[in-house]
Design a protein around this ligand. Structure first.
Ligand code: B4P
Length: 212
């Protein structure tokens, strides 16, 4: 399809079928969700919602929620669903005029995925695409332990990273099956450079949305 025709098609699609474009960036800890979200947010002008960042903010302000969440995060465990779902709901409400959202690190359980569907349905929108970053486990460990050497993040040490990856396989990986069943999942190789991974992700996004 020529560029002009593709542009016209995408515009019509947006007008008739979707007033927003909502994307989930999915993958194991250290797969680059946070890193790539920054590039995607900048290029496509989507509103970035990272549950990891929101939780770390609560922790640093020592709110009751943060004090509770820290107990789980420091052990490499997922924070309870009801805490995370409540946070997401108010975050979506803060940006009623967003072009769309990029959900980074959320949903991480099937209960969170179902809750997100309900929240978006209430706002007469939906998840359009789920991009799952695939990175070998030894590379995940290398990245996170490497970051821990400079970031001071209490969950980026070998012992906790191993638990986070285990928690991912037990509770989060099944979420990919949920979106696959709904025909929304695309797998993308995430073990190349940051730039190459961004190109692969952009190729998938631009089937729906052009840069703003
Ligand atoms: P998150 O903050 O979501 O982060 P993450 O899984 O650690 O990493 P991400 O995939 O974003 O990797 P990043 O780009 O940072 O979670 C932290 C904790 O919060 C969880 O363990 C959990 O306890 C809690 N939590 C969060 N959301 C939750 C939810 N929905 N429900 C329950 N609990 C929740 O990259 C990692 C490193 O790799 C960086 O140093 C980066 O520079 C490097 N890197 C990235 N891409 C690279 C590349 N292509 N090549 C080389 N290095 C790369």
């Amino acid at each position: 399809m020529g560029i002009a025709l593709r542009y016209l098609f995408l515009r019509c699609y947006k007008i008739f079928f979707a007033l927003m474009f909502n994307l989930i960036l999915f993958g194991p800890p250290g797969s680059g969700k946070g890193t790539q979200s920054v590039n995607i947010t900048h290029t496509y002008k989507l509103q970035h919602i990272s549950t990891g960042d929101l939780l770390r903010d609560e922790v640093s302000r020592q709110t009751p929620l943060g004090v509770e969440a820290k107990k789980y995060m420091d052990q490499g465990l997922l924070v309870p669903d009801e805490v995370v779902i409540g946070m997401i709901s108010s975050k979506i409400d803060e940006s009623p005029n967003a072009r769309g959202f990029i959900f980074d690190g959320f949903p991480r359980t099937k209960a969170q995925a179902e809750a997100l569907d309900k929240l978006l349905e209430f706002k007469q929108t939906q998840i359009h695409l789920v991009l799952a970053l695939e990175v070998p486990e030894d590379e995940l460990t290398r990245r996170l332990v490497g970051r821990g050497e400079t970031s001071g993040r209490s969950d980026d040490n070998l012992e906790v990273v191993v638990k986070r990856i285990k928690e991912y396989h037990a509770k989060t990986e099944p979420v990919a099956g949920y979106y696959h069943t709904h025909g929304k999942l695309e797998r993308v190789k995430g073990d190349g450079t940051i730039e190459n991974t961004f190109k692969l992700l952009s190729k998938e996004i631009e089937k729906y949305l052009l840069p703003a």
